[in-house]
Design a protein around this ligand. Structure first.
Ligand code: SF4
Ligand code: SF4
Length: 348
């Protein structure tokens, strides 16, 4: 075990020393919010943050990614042949990621790496990324990670965990990847009993601050058609603007669209994040749209997260309880409320 205690400045100096080994992403203050950005000159990490507005999902699954490229120039002997575009799979580390966002990566991983389908780019990035978590000393009122299998200091999906002890961090290695990362860090001293006790007390205190606990125990046993036809969807969807904020911020949403963009005789095939909340998402080439009404799109989002996913993977809901969609939905649509309605629904 390489559990160590680092003074806060020493920790940052240690990270700077790893820049040749990893591309390191850290939380950085960005206007009124925090965002994960590559650690670089002029962008000081700020680990004293609640959570980032956008989840760090884009580090492994870019918002927009060129998959293939091709030439349409008949003079080019390789014209009309799709060639894979260069991509960066070098080792990277997300340092300061919250346990709920690490849980989010595990959930997305089930979609991109399973017996039926393996997304080669996701798989390689997931494999080359080290997740160094940061326990949440002060969870937000909208957090509910403890209701969906996680917790503010949950270690299961992380490679290492930092605990903010005020003037220093206790950093625990949790996997071989995490141990490897910490073995390269300079400046720490072996963790002592006092540091572990402080960390335990902080974890207990933080868990008690999470008061939201939407029930999920009956979701699996609910009949899909009963929930699909439940009478509350029009009411739930009434205020929705279909802005897509909830899905773009979410660490567990993975929908995408693939488009070809052609400039002159050069073409690119690009994968872009998309959102089930947009009417165009399901528009068929024929002009038919199976989800042309707003309530159908809102229903799809919640049915996917809280029923279809639950039934398909038998591993909980497609939500890590980060609370972002609750905090940033402009009309206060709250997944905790909808989860409760779905879970407790009694068919007539
Ligand atoms: S953030 Fe709110 S208003 Fe916007 S699409 Fe999501 S549920 Fe609708
Ligand atoms: S709370 Fe909302 S944003 Fe966070 S994981 Fe769940 S659905 Fe996504």
């Amino acid at each position: 075990m390489t559990d160590k205690v680092y003074g806060k400045e020493k920790w940052i100096q240690g990270l700077e020393g790893l820049k040749n080994d990893y591309k390191i992403y850290v939380p950085v203050k960005d206007g009124d919010f925090h965002a994960f950005m590559p650690m670089s000159e002029g962008k000081a990490p700020d680990f004293d943050y609640d959570n980032t507005r956008m989840s760090p999902k884009a580090v492994m699954y870019p918002e927009s990614e060129r998959l293939f490229e091709y030439s349409l120039d008949d003079a080019d002997p390789e014209a009309n042949i799709l060639k894979e575009s260069p991509k960066d799979f070098s080792p990277r580390a997300i340092v300061g990621i919250r346990p709920c966002d690490a849980h989010g990566f595990q959930i997305v991983n089930r979609n991109f790496d399973n017996p039926e389908y393996r997304d080669p780019w996701w798989v390689r990035r997931f494999g080359s990324t080290t997740l160094v978590g940061l326990g949440c000393n002060r969870p937000c009122s909208t957090c509910f990670c403890t209701a969906v299998g996680g917790g503010p200091f949950h270690e299961e999906w992380l490679d290492a965990l930092m605990v903010d002890l005020g003037d220093r961090y206790l950093v625990k290695g949790l996997t071989d990847k995490g141990e490897g990362f910490l073995a390269k860090m300079t400046g720490g001293t072996p963790a002592d009993e006092g540091a572990y006790k402080e960390a335990e007390a902080l974890a207990e205190e933080a868990s008690q601050k999470i008061v939201s606990s939407p029930p999920t125990d009956r979701l699996k046993d609910q009949k899909t058609t009963d929930l699909f036809n439940a009478p509350f969807w029009e009411e739930v969807a009434f205020g929705c603007l279909n802005c897509g904020t909830c899905t773009y911020l979410c660490p567990t949403c993975w929908c995408f669209d693939i488009q070809d963009e052609v400039f002159g005789k050069q073409g690119d095939r690009i994968r872009n994040w998309d959102s089930c909340m947009f009417p165009l998402f399901t528009l068929h080439g024929s002009g038919h749209n199976p989800r042309d009404q707003k309530f159908q799109r809102v229903r799809q989002r919640f049915m996917h997260k809280l029923k279809y996913y639950v039934d398909k993977y038998e591993n909980g809901v497609q939500c890590s309880g980060c609370g972002r969609c609750v905090r940033y939905c402009p009309v206060n649509i709250d997944i905790r409320d909808i989860c409760e309605r779905m879970n407790n629904f009694e068919s007539a």
